[in-house]
Structure formats: C-alpha cells, structure tokens
Design a binder for this molecule. Structure first.
Ligand code: G6P
Ligand code: MN
Length: 440
C-alpha cells in the first residue's frame, strides 16, 4: 500500500488531536509516510504540534511528524490536503454570531448572516490555498472541511471549474447517523443512509439496515415519543443538546424525512432568536469548553511526555470520517459517503450548478454520486431559496457587489426583510474590513 504524505491545514485547531489520533488508528487502511501540521497561528500550532510529536512517537513512530507556519514547507510534495481553516479565528466567529443578534436576527457560524460573513472571509484564503497546493503538489487531493462549506464549495466550483481533486465534506450527517444508531441500538457501520439537500440544509429520506429494511419510520417514532439526544451527549454543551432536541419539533411539523439539525435556524428563526443571548453565544461556550480543555490537555501531555493516559485525544466521529474518506480515495475502496458535488442532474429538479450534498461512492477517481430524482415542492422551494442566497453570496464576492450581497441577505430565511438585511450587511462590512473585498 502506498504511504501518503499529508498536510493538515489549520493544524492548530481544537479538532486536530482527534484527527491525528484517528490517523494513528487507521494506519492499516490509510498508510502514512509524513504528516505536516500547518497553521498561520504560531502559538496554537506549537502547542498542538508538540502534543502531536508525542502522540506519533508513541503510536506511529515510523511516520514523520512536522509542524510549520511556512506554506512552502506545508504544501510541498503532498498526496492529501486535509483543510479546516478558520479565517479570522474565534474572534471573528464571535462577531458573526453577536453582530446579527444585536440587530435582531440570528447569529450562527454557518447559517444566515453569520455564515455569509464567514463565507466572504473563507473564500479568499481557500482560493490562495488551492493555488499554492497546485503550484507545489499538482496531483494532491484536497479534502475540505472549511466552513461555511456550502458557500466555500460553491465558490471553489465556480473559480476552479476544471478541478476534479477537491472534495468538500461535512461531518454532521455522520454525527446524526451515530446518534440514530444508538436510538435503535444498531451498529452504525451497518446502517446505510440516503440523504439529499445542500450542506447544513438537507434530509435523510431512508436509513437502511443490512437486511435492506428502512429504519427511518422507527427512528421518527422514537424521536417523536422520547426526543433526540446526541450519542455523545455527556460531552456536549447545552446549545448542542438544545439543537438536537429541535429535531422533534421539526418532525412534528414536517414528518416526511429526518432533518439535518441546522434546518432549525431556517424553519424557526423567530424562536431561535428569542432563545439566543446576544451576549453569550456558541463562541463563548467553545472558548470555555473545547478550546480550554484541548489546549490544557495538550500542554499537560507535553509536560508528562506521554499521551497514553489522555481522554481528550479520543476517537471522535469527525476524525474517523476524515481518515476513512481519504482511505477510500487512496485505495479506491468505493465506499459510500455523503459529500458535496455539483448537482448536474442528481436532483433532477434543482439547478445543475448548485452544490448538493448527497450519497456518492468514493474511489480514486473521486465521487460517483447516486441519482436522487425529483424532490417535492416544499423541499425544492426551501433549497432553491437557500441556493439563491449561496450563489448571490459567491457572486457578491467575485464581483465585489454590494447589491448582490444585499440581495443574498434579503433572501435568507433567517432575515427575510430588506431593511434588516441592509443594517446587518453594513455592520458586517465594518467588522470584516480587513478580510472582505470592498463591496461597491
Ligand atoms: C458540526 C458541523 C461543523 C461545525 C461544527 C461546529 O460538526 O458539521 O460544520 O463546524 O458542528 O461545532 P462547534 O462545536 O464549534 O459549534
Ligand atoms: Mn458541517
């Protein structure tokens, strides 16, 4: 089996330890030669990088582990780029969440105006990353998890239309599947979901087990009777528990399919707004929780010189999925994953150039998506509205257009009012001055 060279972009992220751990436990499926951690934030990178050295020395001593803040080192001679950058860091995430809330609309990292602001920041750095990778590693696969993935994937598809080695993927469908598997006490690896939509905007239509039986009806019944909690509830903050609980509400109103949790913001914007605190958002929770714990734990491990007793470095769904996706491509395994691809007729009554999130078999030639066919009016209407928002957001970036930005935000279901949209847009322009193109 070929041994791969990997670069993890956003190497100083709180998600990195889990991904690295997953790399060390999947070596038989995805062989490694070298892993480079790359981040522009030297301080964060150093803490996680020093931890990584210990982890790899203990679990995978034959693999070279390097960390760097130099992109020339990072992108040289790699087979896979794992990309999870956050332009502007948590300081800007906080603004994405709090500025809209202070003006009476939902503030969320990837949805509504928060996702719009983050999207305009991400696109620029993602374009730079793709160009740098192509200059230094023309054949590398780029696996992208950078948010807001819906907007990023659409922008990359428009800007690099000939690229066939960029794959955008999100872990939320897998997270949900793990939680469903617990509800029916069934091995998650034996469940085969069918899914359609846009990123953070989709539905499971069926959940087949290994006998071919669709378990979705049973799952809906269980959730409608007893609510829904994530499989790893004891590790979750309150806002995630609230988010999963909203699935029951969504199923009560729209019982056809099992919804992605992110739909709560689009279906119940008023309720979500009324229960949000503009002074304390998800960023505060992450800073007080995951951020603090992961960095403290990495420092502790470095001090002790061993990671063997560490709980923080557990195998989470996110890391496993990223490595399994890479393995399926590297070794042409043709396993099925839920990924983002250009529609081109997959959902036959949605625009060809939308980036849909659907099932695909994944091998060395990339994703081969499965057909979905026509979707019903309610879903089509919701998706077309959201897709128009995403497309206008990308065009606002590419054309540096204030008018298109205003159209995008006006269309978004979390705002739905042009005067509000203008107020939010103007405030976000001010806050993002050093990141966005100047919108004229
Ligand atoms: C899910 C989504 C990711 C998102 C993450 C946010 O996993 O699929 O796209 O980044 O949640 O989690 P956080 O704990 O940072 O709010
Ligand atoms: Mn996601």
């Amino acid at each position: 089996m070929k041994k791969n060279n990997i670069v993890l972009v956003g190497g100083g992220s709180t998600w990195t330890p889990g991904i690295l751990k997953a790399m060390t436990t999947h070596l038989d499926a995805f062989a490694l030669n070298r892993v480079v951690l790359y981040d522009i934030d030297e301080k964060r990178q150093e803490v996680i990088g020093e931890f990584a050295k210990i982890l790899f020395k203990e679990e995978a001593p034959e693999v070279e582990l390097v960390y760097t803040t130099d992109k020339e080192v990072a992108y040289k001679d790699v087979d896979f780029v794992f990309c999870q950058m956050r332009t502007g860091g948590f300081d800007m995430r906080e603004k994405d969440e709090k500025i809209p809330l202070s003006l009476g609309v939902i503030g969320q990292e990837t949805c509504g105006p928060g996702g719009f602001a983050y999207g305009l920041r991400s696109i620029k750095d993602m374009i730079e990353m793709v160009k740098d990778v192509r200059r230094l590693s023309p054949d590398a696969w780029i696996l992208n998890y950078t948010n807001p993935a819906a907007i990023v994937s659409l922008a990359l598809d428009k800007i690099f239309p000939k690229e066939n080695k960029i794959l955008n993927i999100c872990d939320q469908p897998v997270n949900l599947l793990r939680s469903y598997s617990k509800l029916i006490d069934h091995d998650v690896n034996k469940l085969e979901p069918v899914y359609f939509g846009l990123n953070h905007f989709g539905w499971f239509t069926q959940i087949y087990d290994e006998t071919g039986k669709d378990r979705a009806p049973e799952l809906k019944e269980i959730i409608l009777k007893g609510g829904f909690r994530p499989v790893d509830a004891e590790q979750r903050d309150q806002s995630w528990l609230d988010t999963y609980a909203m699935v029951e509400d969504m199923l009560t109103d729209f019982p056809d399919y099992l919804p992605n949790t992110y739909l709560q913001y689009y279906l119940y914007p008023e309720y979500k707004l009324s229960t949000s605190d503009p002074k304390r958002t998800r960023t505060d929770e992450v800073r007080a929780g995951r951020e603090k714990n992961v960095f403290a734990e990495c420092r502790r491990i470095v001090e002790n010189g061993t990671a063997r007793d560490s709980k923080v470095v557990h195998n989470d769904a996110h890391g496993d999925m990223m490595v399994e996706v890479a393995a399926s491509i590297a070794n042409n395994l043709r396993k099925t994953f839920i990924v983002m691809v250009r529609n081109d007729g997959i959902v036959s009554n949605l625009p060809d150039d939308s980036m849909v999130e659907v099932n695909a078999s994944l091998g060395s030639n990339g994703p081969a998506p499965y057909a979905v066919g026509k979707i019903d009016t309610f879903y089509k209407g919701l998706i077309e509205n959201q897709y128009a928002f995403e497309k206008l957001t990308v065009e606002a970036y590419m054309e540096e257009s204030y008018g298109k930005a205003l159209q995008a935000l006006t269309l978004n279901r979390t705002i739905g009012d042009a005067k509000k949209a203008r107020k939010v847009l103007d405030a976000l322009i001010e806050a993002n001055a050093e990141y966005w193109p100047e919108l004229k």
